[in-house]
Design a binder for this molecule. Structure first.
Ligand code: 5GP
Length: 127
């Protein structure tokens, strides 16, 4: 089911539970601001999710409410994660779904990192 990105943060969402250590993840990178881990259902040879440690539903929420430190720290973590995965030279794609039209499924902001193969066109044609 798609997330309503305008709703308040739901502390029981799956990524909040991963952050609290209640369910496991295959960790790739972690620092003060962010955690990166492999997607449970990969859509590319490399498919990693990067999430901020703060409680933010979506990019709208994050950019409206997070501190500059959190925002900078999060995007630095995305770059560091991709570098750690050795994706800089071959290239990679980042994507963040936000709200109904994007089909966001988990109500904690996350950036997908895809790589490990030629990824083809950016989007299937939307009609
Ligand atoms: P969205 O559609 O919200 O942008 O993407 C959510 C992503 O979270 C999906 O790619 C899905 O496979 C992944 N995901 C959902 N539940 C879990 C989980 O429990 N663990 C991990 N590692 N990934 C998950």
């Amino acid at each position: 089911m798609s997330v309503d990105a305008t709703q308040p943060y739901d502390v029981s969402n799956i990524f909040a539970r991963i952050l609290r250590g209640e369910i496991p993840c295959k960790k790739v990178y972690e620092d003060k601001h962010a955690l990166a881990f492999h997607d449970i259902n990969p859509q590319a040879p490399v498919h990693v999710l990067v999430i901020p440690k703060g409680a933010y539903v979506s990019m709208a929420d994050f950019t409206a409410l997070a501190s500059s430190d959190e925002i900078a720290g999060f995007f630095l973590a995305v770059g560091k994660t991709a570098a750690q995965l050795q994706l800089v030279a071959p290239g990679y794609r980042i994507l963040a779904n936000s709200g109904f039209d994007s089909h966001q499924e988990v109500s904690h902001l996350h950036v997908h990192i895809f790589g490990g193969t030629a990824l083809g066109p950016m989007l299937a044609l939307a009609t």
